[in-house]
Write a protein that binds this ligand. Structure first.
Ligand code: ACO
Length: 322
């Protein structure tokens, strides 16, 4: 049986880091309000020359180095983003060109904040067929470019960045073998109006700005995330007690706390980076995973749950033995 194993992680952030206090100089908000409601203290914002594609490429290079691989080893690039460099072609193909990975399949996946979970399931399925052997799975975003900087209810919540993993198909017969054990995705298109961008090539011909009814999104997030985590653990034949680490989408510290509480998970098993990165949409899960791998928390053999929810709504979880 082939299993998809993470052999390296990487991440990249724009050079410019912006504190809540700096934001409050331009937006009618305060450090106190943002920290209390969201847990966010800093976000990185892309500057000139920094794009979803360049951040994704930097994260991919770091993941390749950690995996001991070179671009030519890669035969699949799946990139999750809602903020591509161009309407087309896919940003994944730009990353492919920038890496110099000449012989591989590269495409984007769009599921907003859940995008990385969707990309993981797509890559996992393609690797398990044996047709593809080594994938780069990337989440990368520059949400700062679709924020309405006059809307304090949304612009304080997001940041830019990228995270990447190298995912390799490996033969694994062993019961305790490493790899992705279960994935589960959901979508419900009825909730478009709660979280969306008010533009697009086929409607307004503009890029548009992010719009959100935050309070309603919050309510759905906790319910959907705890349900899909329980569901994916069940598919893997595991229970909440077996989990070493949860690496959640970093939207809001209160969503992370409420979801962990609902599952009976100790808060110290939840990797939190929302304080320093804010919500980086599809980048947030691989960014947080890279932080926890590099600081030594997530170790080979650990049971790790990845989870996310975002616009659509879309939501999903993956269970893996790291
Ligand atoms: N600074 C200061 N005051 C603000 C700000 C701000 N940045 N934004 C809103 N306020 C004010 C509002 O105007 C309102 O004032 P009023 O009572 O005088 O009308 C007050 O704060 C309360 O506003 P609410 O929107 O009710 O605040 P709430 O407690 O719901 O927190 C928040 C808002 C943080 C957006 C919360 O609803 C949330 O986190 N929702 C989840 C949204 C999310 O994370 N989405 C990301 C994508 S989906 C996902 O990733 C899961």
């Amino acid at each position: 049986m082939i299993r998809a194993v993470i052999t390296g992680t990487g991440s990249a952030l724009p050079a410019r880091r912006v504190s809540n206090a700096e934001l409050a100089e331009q937006v009618d908000t305060s450090d106190e309000w943002i920290v209390e409601r969201t847990g966010i203290r800093f976000r990185h914002l892309a500057g000139e020359g920094e794009t979803t594609g360049t951040l994704a490429t930097d994260a991919a290079r770091a993941a390749l180095e950690a995996a001991g691989r070179v671009p030519d080893d890669i035969d699949l690039i799946v990139l999750a983003t809602a903020t591509p460099d161009q309407t087309f072609p896919a940003t994944a193909t730009k990353v492919q060109a920038m890496l110099g990975a000449t012989d591989c399949v590269a495409f984007d996946v769009a599921a907003v904040c859940s995008g990385f979970l969707y990309a993981v399931q797509v890559a996992d399925s393609m690797l398990r067929t044996g047709v593809h052997r080594r994938a780069l799975v990337i989440g990368a975003e520059t949400f700062s470019r679709i924020l309405d900087w006059n809307d304090r209810t949304t612009c304080v919540l997001f940041g830019d960045g990228a995270g990447a993993i190298v995912l390799e198909g490996q033969e694994s017969e062993a019961e305790g073998g490493r790899g992705i054990l279960a994935t589960r995705l959901h979508s419900d298109g009825r909730y478009n109006d709660l979280l969306y961008v008010d533009g697009g090539p086929s409607t307004t011909g503009t890029v548009g700005k992010l719009r959100m009814k935050g309070r309603e999104v919050f309510r759905h997030a906790v319910t959907n995330l705890s349900a899909v985590m329980t569901e994916s653990l069940g598919i893997a034949g595991l229970a909440a007690d077996d989990v070493d680490w949860v690496v959640p989408h970093q939207a809001n510290a209160r969503i992370l706390d409420a979801t962990a509480r609902k599952l009976g998970l100790a808060p110290d098993k939840v990797v939190v980076t929302v304080d320093r990165h804010a919500n980086t949409s599809a980048a947030s899960v691989p960014l947080a995973l890279d932080v926890a791998v590099r600081d030594g928390r997530v170790k080979p053999g650990d049971i790790v749950v990845l989870e996310a929810m975002g616009g659509g709504f879309t939501w999903g979880a993956a269970v893996l033995r790291y």
